[in-house]
Design a binder for this molecule. Structure first.
Ligand code: ZN
Length: 435
């Protein structure tokens, strides 16, 4: 007698690595499913072709499970006759997801079977059982979550710390947090050094030279803002003061927060030397400062809101500063600079011609870009040479505040072509002496 072939999909899921060892573990699910298959589809009558779909360490409340998605796709393509699970909650712990799965299954030739629950999706009663079990799965998930949170809170009130120990701490046999002196020493060093020098980079270097310990600036930054170190632990909006021993005195901790805030402000103004002088050449609007935070870096941009374009102006500092220095010195130059100045005047005229030609479409963008860059480079160098010669402006020695003031004093507008990231024109304030 010819055996009947059945294409079987077996779906299994464990939500945590820990669960793999419990009775809901993968091995247990698989053993159970095989026994069920042996009983319902005896080998002497059926040729069973099994495909496994296993999702590990993922919640049943998530739909974006790779293996589940793969299986549903094949079910839709009528690849399977039978899909076997241990329990509906393996498939979904969310009513909406289980409803979607049910729809996919009943629109295919596939029959869904649970080894521990009895339902037939082609009948009203079977659908009822399926739905009830789905609701129960979701309820159970909510209960588990609540129970975990309750247990965490009751442990916190018993002065236990139910989370992974932070750097600086160690859990004792009674599950109470104690100070790990070797690590706490490093944390205190970081706080003290930072208070003295206000720089992550210097703290980092001193850690290497003093303790031969290499950490990232990010590690230092995070350590400096951990309230745990002053003995405060916050969970669900509640502060617990007695689960973590104090490593850093509160006044030291608070002082460091103040320094961090101020040095951040200083850093910010350093990045925005031109404050509100940057304008868009296209729409003539003033651009705004825009800080873009990425996980490990901050980017300081000027943003034209009208054109929705950005520029990182940092790279233009050399060009802008040399032009402004040159302008300030304009009335002071001596005979020695004549050849430089003639060359600069020629280049400026050439630049205007190129900008005009590009604007009327006479030259290609790539050519425009190349020539303008080359001209700007040469002008910057010439102007810098003159400024140095005159020796009356020492821009490179100015700090961020002096630089900002310098621009505020002499410049009224800086026009930027946001399309090509080119400084097209700098408008200077009227020189009162000239009048
Ligand atoms: Zn614009």
């Amino acid at each position: 007698m010819k055996k009947h072939t059945v294409n079987v999909a077996i779906y299994m899921r464990v939500s945590t690595k820990k669960q793999a060892d419990s009775k809901l573990g993968l091995e247990a699910q698989e053993r159970n499913i095989h026994e069920w298959l042996k009983y319902n589809y005896p080998y002497q009558d059926y040729e069973i072709d099994i495909t496994y779909f296993v999702d590990e360490a993922i919640s049943g409340a998530k739909f974006e499970r790779i293996q589940l998605q793969n299986m549903l796709k094949l079910i839709q393509e009528n690849y399977f006759d039978l899909c076997v699970i241990y329990k509906i909650d393996r498939l979904a712990r969310d009513i909406e997801i289980s409803a979607h799965i049910r729809k996919v299954v009943i629109n295919s030739k596939c029959v869904l079977c649970s080894t521990t629950e009895n339902f037939d999706l082609t009948t009203i009663e079977g659908t009822f059982v399926y739905n009830i079990n789905s609701v129960f799965g979701e309820y159970e998930r909510a209960v588990i979550k609540k129970r975990t949170e309750d247990s965490q809170i009751s442990r916190l009130t018993r002065k236990e710390y139910p989370f992974r120990a932070s750097y600086g701490y160690i859990r004792d046999d009674n599950k109470v947090m104690q100070i790990n002196e070797d690590e706490a020493k490093i944390i205190r060093f970081i706080f003290n050094e930072y208070m003295a020098c206000h720089s992550y980079e210097i703290v980092r270097q001193n850690l290497i030279s003093t303790y031969n310990i290499k950490v990232s600036e990010d590690f230092i930054s995070r350590a400096l803002s951990k309230t745990q170190y002053k003995g405060c632990f916050v969970k669900n909006g509640v502060t617990y003061y007695d689960v973590l021993p104090v490593i850093i005195a509160e006044d030291v901790f608070d002082t460091v927060q103040k320094i961090k805030k101020e040095s951040y402000k200083a850093k910010r103004s350093e990045q925005y030397l031109y404050s509100d002088l940057i304008f868009c050449v296209k729409c003539r609007q003033r651009s705004i400062k825009k800080l873009v935070k990425k996980p490990r870096k901050r980017y300081y941009y000027y943003h034209c809101e009208t054109c929705n374009k950005y520029i990182n102006i940092e790279k233009k500092e050399y060009e802008i500063s040399s032009t402004v220095c040159y302008h300030v010195l304009e009335n002071k130059y001596t005979e020695d600079n004549t050849q430089y100045i003639n060359r600069i005047n020629y280049l400026e005229k050439r630049k205007q011609t190129i900008i005009h030609d590009y604007a009327v479409g006479a030259i290609a963008l790539i050519y425009y870009h190349e020539v303008i860059d080359a001209i700007n480079d040469e002008i910057s160098k010439l102007k810098y040479k003159i400024a140095i010669k005159e020796n009356s402006i020492n821009y490179s020695q100015m700090n961020a505040i002096q630089k900002t003031l310098f621009y505020q004093t002499h410049v009224s507008k800086i026009y930027i072509n946001f399309d090509n990231k080119i400084v097209e024109n700098i408008v200077f304030k009227e020189n009162k002496k000239k009048k």
